[in-house]
Design a protein around this ligand. Sequence first.
Ligand code: FAD
Length: 607
Amino acid sequence: MATDVLIPDLGDFKEVEVIDVLVKPGDKIDLETPLLTLETEKATMDVPSSAAGVVKSVAVKKGDRVSKGSVVVTVEAGAEAPKAAPKDDKTFTETLVRGIEPVPPPPSGATAAKPAPAAAPAKSTGEQKSYDFDVVVLGAGPGGYTAAFRAADLGMKVALVERWPTLGGVCLNVGCIPSKALLHAAKVIEDAEEMHVAGISFGKPQIDRTKLLDWKSKVVGRLTGGLAMMSKQRKVEIIRGTGVFTSPHEIEVSDTATAVGQQSAPKSGGRKVSFANCVIAAGSESIRLPGLPDDPRIIDSTGALELDLPKRLLVVGGGIIGLEMATVYAALGTKVSVVELTDGLIPGCDRDLVRPLEKRIAKRYEQILVKTKCAKVEALKEGLKVTFEGEKAPEPQVYDKVLVAVGRSPNGKRINAEAAGVTVNERGFIPVDKQMRTNVPHIFAIGDIVGQPMLAHKASHEGKVAAEVAYGEKSFFDARVIPSVAYTDPEIAWVGLTETDAKAKGIDYEKASFPWAANARSLTLGRDEGLTKLLFDKQTHRVLGAGLVGPNAGDLIAEVALAIEMGCDAADIGLTVHPHPTLSETVGMAAEAFEGTLTDLYIPKKK
Ligand code: FAD
């Protein structure tokens, strides 16, 4: 009996291009044998057979376009598959959207377990060249440990090379986590202070710096300790020291005993580790401003986390990291000034989102200088004398400390990448494709070292893709959007298209906003300055972007990130029942405002 095998449900995709036909008439095939490869703008994927037998005819050729229901092949006799599309449509559709083709679970055992890593030509061509590890990951930040753990979970033999004594990279040791612990302390202080309006007054906070630092370290320690434990559980070998490439299949790791947050100079004569695949996850470091004196009172974000509280602090750079540290220091009693070269704080973020923050900190900080350059710093005995340049530049000022937070530069030039033939651009970034491959196919790069945005959640998602591709899966980093959050007070979060970008690029959009002054939960928190705005496509009403400002905005942005990934429109969000009273209702109500169904505000009808 002849059976037609059809294209299954492809989710949103129609008229998808056939880029390869994998069978020909006369071939004997089983259930799930890949028949052809399709490519959408998001992913490539194989279409497995839903019937077993001998291929009688093939109905498509390379370059054809197919949709759900198109005939792929006709199969003669043999076992027939369930009538539905392969396995179940949902799985296939999810697979398609994520761009990850399911692979059979590997048998147990390390090296033998994987289906010959796609990117290990020596192995896959059967040259029988053997390496110490299937995958060596250089750097144990959020990108690196995620890649290592995913690779190990797929059955590969993995080593993780790290120069610092604890795992977790910048994020866990000297970035996201310690800064958020301190920001929580700052929030408690400010919230307590503001409760006087409700009749509750506390005295001036007594700050025990040693205890506060100890508490912060414990938070960090729980997380980094957890990583060490999980490495053990997964049998990921941790190799301590600074790694540099010595060839396309080898890294030399020298024991440099580098303190957390510090750079290291590799020594020769270390342990040589060979690999079939490598994932470079060596991260980034704080940019130093040229021409500043070498003085311990000039600190970067790592130094700022030590909380050696000055009376007067100048933060150079009004970006996220600088403003988060400014929030902490101001709450702990330091007089904070911020100087920013561009015309506003948090460059790249819509001005209407930044405004509530500017308004709040204008009252709390000593000075906020925009369009102003920190031109010169002189180290004097009594402090650091800073000279400013700009239209409204003040007279030179003397500060007890200067925190330089002007961005981060990638570590691409510190790993001897040329020995492996890996291209590093002039700024130190390593170019990669959507599978996180560098120009050397078995060497991947992820995280801060491959480019903006330098964020932990981007790094970890890229890490998974690199591990899966090294294993032989067809994974891609195809996130539509990556959310950004400033954990200032108020928090600012945005995702997808910003209004600033839309205007600059002439993108036709429509906007709907909901002011938090009309949100019950926000008022119960004693705050009314927040704003939620959603941007929609004019024709389809799909969500293109969102921006929120207000307490906990960072937690709320994930809903809109999901909405954009899922292709939701305004009605999808507006009709989703949000719990009351929550800040999340502002997202639902902004969508209702767009739909014209909002009842929690009175919006006069357009005539
Ligand atoms: P990293 O975390 O930089 O890790 C790289 C690792 O590689 C390090 O452990 C390093 O020691 C190691 N390494 C480098 N070279 C070598 C070598 N040759 N040999 C051996 N080991 C090596 N991001 C967010 O998403 N949310 C936040 O709230 C946030 N807050 C931040 C706050 C601060 C103060 C800072 C500085 C950063 C913050 N970031 C935040 C950014 C975030 O920390 C980074 O985007 C993230 O850590 C990048 O991860 P990664 O894996 O690429 O590299």
